[in-house]
Design a protein around this ligand. Structure first.
Ligand code: ATP
Ligand code: GAR
Ligand code: MG
Length: 387
């Protein structure tokens, strides 16, 4: 039987496992804490520190998987090159996982090697060098730890007084073991999108309809598909996505993030895996959702087309405080509403702003209104309370 070693077991991993099991795959789910969402539905699980290369080596050798599928960024991805040499298949590739775990590698590749348009940026390794970088980039600007995701440790500097605070905050939010930050000029975009891109072993690259989203504190709040945009702008984004995924190599679904501003399309970053904003596809907006697409790309089953079947939106359910016990209320209201669905991820503990669930809403492409569908998802998500 085919064995998939899933490195990271959050909500995205959980849907991936469900999609994999539906087509007969065995999954071993790994994360740093027990009873993580994907572990609840996987065949086997392992709890390790994935930044620890030796711990990683041990479970790879123990399970001898056919596919190693990263689900988060904070993994000792340098080891992946070695696994590829040993004959393992890393998804999408060791290079893709390694370059995207660290904002520096992916940004330098995109901006310098591939010549993609990005926000102006500098790096800083201390509060003092952050002052210097901000002076060069100008304000407002955005500071992010080189290793973090979902906006952790990210803040916007508007005045001189924010700089030291931004440094301290970045060091608290950094997920990995790297102290460095990136400072980006603030892009005054009109809207931002995720372009889910499917690369396949047969070389056929396909794009999903663009997903619009709104972020707060660097974390997504609502996403909707399709995002309304001009054809020429979409094509430009598709070309950029093809370029960067091609350079990173390998098969899988990728969430390629863009800002669309008056002066053009900016590449922001990408996930070489399902994307949080792509949870909108759980509303069955497409013939295959992003997790089903990823599974098929992983095991090498060809997809010949991705079709948009209806419009949809997703809105997040967040926790508000730290707690070791979790319960939910308000599910009746969501369940009762028409053309909606929801997921509760089953995370065992809460912390402020931790994403615990998602509500999706949908409508037909001919009769629906995407703003209304998004508002509906948002209103219903607000009815679910995490206790
Ligand atoms: N240079 C920028 N100018 C304007 N807004 C920005 C900039 N960088 C980030 N943002 C805003 O912050 C959001 C999160 O940034 P980014 O995607 O880099 O963070 P992240 O921690 O990698 O998030 P995730 O892992 O959830 O994708 C962006 O989607 C955008 O809304
Ligand atoms: N933007 C990346 C993203 O959404 N990743 C998703 O969040 C999980 C971590 O959640 P947690 O921090 O609540 O444990 C990850 O495992 C992944 O599923
Ligand atoms: Mg992002």
């Amino acid at each position: 039987m085919t064995k998939i070693l899933l490195l990271g077991s959050g909500e995205l991993g959980k849907e991936f496992v469900i999609a994999a099991q539906r087509i007969g795959q065995t999954v071993i789910a790994v994360d740093s804490y027990p009873n993580a969402p994907a572990m609840q539905v996987a065949h086997l699980s392992e709890v390790i520190n994935m930044l620890d290369g030796e711990a990683l080596d041990t479970i790879v050798a123990k399970h001898n998987p056919d596919y190693i599928v990263p689900e988060i960024e904070a993994i000792r991805t340098e080891r992946f090159y070695e696994y590829e040499k040993q004959g393992y298949t890393v998804i999408p590739s060791a290079k893709a996982a390694n370059f995207t775990m660290n904002r520096k590698a992916i940004r330098d590749l995109a901006a310098k090697d591939l010549g993609l348009k990005t926000a102006q940026y500098r790096y800083a390794t201390s509060a003092a060098s952050l002052h210097k970088a901000v002076a060069e980039i100008g304000m407002p600007c955005v500071v992010k730890p080189l290793m973090s995701s979902s906006g952790k440790g990210q803040s916007t500097i508007k005045t001189e007084a924010d700089i030291d605070k931004a440094w301290t905050y970045s060091q608290e939010g950094s997920r990995g073991d790297v102290a460095e930050v990136i400072v980006e000029a603030f892009v005054n975009f009109n809207y931002e999108i995720t372009l889910l891109t499917l690369t396949q072993r047969n070389g056929n690259t396909l794009f999903c309809a663009p997903i619009g989203h709104r972020q707060e504190r660097g974390d997504y709040q609502e996403s909707w598909q399709p995002a309304t945009m001009k054809d020429a702008v979409l094509q430009e984004a598709q070309q950029m996505a093809a370029k960067v995924t091609n350079a990173l190599t390998g098969a899988g679904i990728w969430g390629v993030e863009f800002f669309v501003a008056d002066d053009g399309v900016y590449f922001s970053e990408l996930s070489p895996r399902p994307h949080d904003t792509g949870m909108v596809t759980l509303a069955n907006t497409q013939n295959f959702n992003q997790f089903e697409l990823h599974v098929r790309a992983v095991i090498g089953l060809p997809i010949s087309e991705i079709t948009l079947e209806r419009m949809g939106a997703s809105a997040v359910v967040l926790a508000s405080k730290e707690s070791d016990t979790v319960s939910y209320s308000g599910l009746e209201a969501v369940s009762e509403a028409s053309k909606t669905d929801f997921r509760i991820f089953g995370k065992p503990t809460t912390r402020p702003y931790r994403r615990m669930g998602v509500v999706v809403a949908y409508d037909s492409l001919s009769e629906g209104n995407i703003s209304e569908v998004t508002q509906k998802a948002k209103d219903l998500a607000a009815k679910i309370k995490v206790h």
